[in-house]
Each structure stands twice: as structure tokens, then as C-alpha cells.
Write a protein that binds this ligand. Sequence first.
Ligand code: ADP
Ligand code: MG
Length: 397
Amino acid sequence: MNKKTIRDIPEGELRGKRVLVRVDFNVPLDENRNITDDTRIVESLPTIKYLVERGAKVILVSHLGRPKGKPKDELRMDPIARRLEELLGRKVVKVDDCIGEEVKRAVAQLKDGDVLLLENIRFYPEEEANDENFARALAELADIYVNDAFGAAHRAHASTAGVARFLPAYAGFLMEKELEALGEKLNNPVRPFLAILGGAKVSSKIGVLRKLLEKVDVLLVGGGMSYTFIKAMGYEVGKSLLEEAMIEEARGILEAAKARGVRFELPEDFVVAPEGKEGVETKIVDWDKIPPDMGGYDIGPKTVEKFGRYIREARTIFWNGPLGLFEVDLFARGTIEIARKVAESGAVVVVGGGDTVAAIKKAGVEDKITHISTGGGASLEFVEGRPLPGVEVLLDK
Ligand code: ADP
Ligand code: MG
């Protein structure tokens, strides 16, 4: 890592200092505002505890959902403050704003080691606009800035990037862990290096596909995006997901894989049905025999077997994108079986993408994965090799 982390701040210099930490507490809530998955809060604990134990006054800030620049009661940070309190085992003061007099008073009352959580930062349109005055007002609350919000690091917002213009800026431990896993582990992989790509669309994964072709030995493609490749090879895909506008691009990728000597594998068979929903009649067909009145919603058993052989041989695996419509139990099997095989592979396994992580959890194998990224879009942009604004602004080592 070429960026300074909080470990680079001399320990004595944290005592009594006000440290503004951008965290990613954008957790899923149910209709009663109960947190359904607190992974992102749990993952931020090492940074918070490190600062608390060294006597810093910790000021946390995050976004939650998409309030579109206006206060929304259902997106206030209160349930998160309560969960954080349980997890930390210490009081977390919650304020109902992010800047201004009330917040300044609360900060002034903090004692060494206290923790304060600000309100949802996206209640202000200035956040996403990366407004300079707003960033300055945030910076005025603190002496040091820490970015631990990897999941928001691909955005140049006031709290993820702008604020670093006014304060010395360091990476937190989660940020460091993410950059190491998605950076070093994939850039200097133990070989064979295998990537599994799935998900709905080729269009949202073009950059990642092209970048991975430069790095991997084997690329397995499944899920909704595989049909555009099959069409590009001149076969019909029935009612399966197809991006007409991406057929040429898909052809280009097949050629690039060949030119680079990368093994590019598509499914051998599919689970097809008249519709992608629970309770319909399904059948298994070979990849080149999808009936015109049916669509493919999962990979079939021959594909699981074939992909499984590559997975067993791999020493590094990167996975993004479910291999079928896994939210529907009827079509979750292929993704879940592949998740189990990946978990048992003994390889270094790095998983990114919001839906892929959900699929890993549905398979119940999250404990056996080397690194599960907390960043959906951020993890993909980083693997693509795009600079992340929230990382660029941090102090160089
Ligand atoms: P991630 O969030 O992990 O990056 P994506 O958002 O790209 O993944 O894709 C996930 C979505 O793709 C899921 O909602 C899944 O149901 C859908 N999907 C995967 N395979 C198919 C398929 N064969 N037909 C329709 N949808 C699919
Ligand atoms: Mg997704």
C-alpha cells in the first residue's frame, strides 16, 4: 500500500485529537428499520477501536440509502448508532445533523476515547456535489481525517474526498484490507489465476472483463451475461437476457481472450423455463439448444462439473456476478454449488459485488472466503484499474 494508514500516525499524537472517520454504514434495513446485515459496521470496528484505545475523539460520518439531498426520517442513522453501541460495548452519541452549531457543541463535549455519530451525510445535496464550503465545514469539526469507507471510495463526494483538502488524510484498516486484497492479491496472483464473472449484464462488466483478460489464466463466464456471448458465437438464446448492443463487444472479448491465450469458458448447459419465477416448469438443455419460447435462468449440472474442475486447480480466484437468477430458489442451485466449490478450493478467494456477496451468504460459505469486499461498485472500479477518488486524496507513504 502506498498510502498512509492510521498506523503511520505516531501513537501519542492521537490522544485528545478529534478524528473524523468516513465509514460505510450503508447497511440494509427492513421495513421496521431493523438492520438485516451489519457486516459493514462490524468491519469498521478495528479502526474505531484503534482510535478509541489511543484516546482520540472519534467522529463518525456515513451515508445511508438514497435520501437525495433531503432529510428523511426513515434514513436517519439512529438504528446504526444503537447497533454500533452494542458491538463496541461503549456509548455512541448520535447527533441529528452533520455540520453546524449543535454538532460543534457535541464535539466540544467529547472526552478522549468518546465516539460520536453524525447524521446521514446525504441529507445535504452538497455532499454528492462535493461542495467546497460544505467539505470545509465538515473539516472544521476535526484535526485528522480517516477514510475507512471503501464502499464509497469510487465517489468524489465531500466526505469521501473533498474534506481531505483541509485535513491530513489517512486510510483506515478496512480501506487498507480492501486495497490489499483487491490490489496486491490480484495483481501478483499465485497461479493459476481464475476469474468467475456472471451477473445480469455484459455492459456493466466490460471494463472488468477486459482488465481481467490481462491478468487471468482462466475466465469462466455464466449468468445473464453469458447469452450475449452465445449469441455472438451465432447461436439463439430464446427468451434469455440478451444485450443486442453488446454482441459486437462480446465478439471482441472472445477474440482478445484467444489472442492472449486465456481459457475462456462459457456454460455447457442451462436450466431453462418459460419465465424466471418460482413454481414454473424447468428443464435442462445444452447451451446451443435453448428453445425459442424459454429463457436460461441458471447454469446446468454439466457446467457446474466443468467449472468445478477449473476451480479445483486454481490457486487464486476472483468472483463477481451470480451465475443465475439466484434470488429465486428454483434458479439458485448453480450459483450455490459453485460457491461451495470455491469455498472448498483452498485457493486465495476474493469476492466482490453486492449480489455476489449476497449469493455467498445464501450458500452459507462466507467464513471460508479469503476476502469478501464490502464495496460493490467500488470493488469493480478498482479491479478495472480506475483510480478511486477516496483513495487518491490520502497522504502518500
Ligand atoms: P453484482 O452485484 O455481484 O456485481 P450484478 O448486479 O452484475 O452482480 O448481477 C446480479 C444480478 O444478475 C442478480 O440479480 C441475478 O439474479 C442476475 N442474473 C444472473 N443470472 C441471470 C440470468 N440467467 N437471468 C436473469 N438474471 C440473472
Ligand atoms: Mg448488483
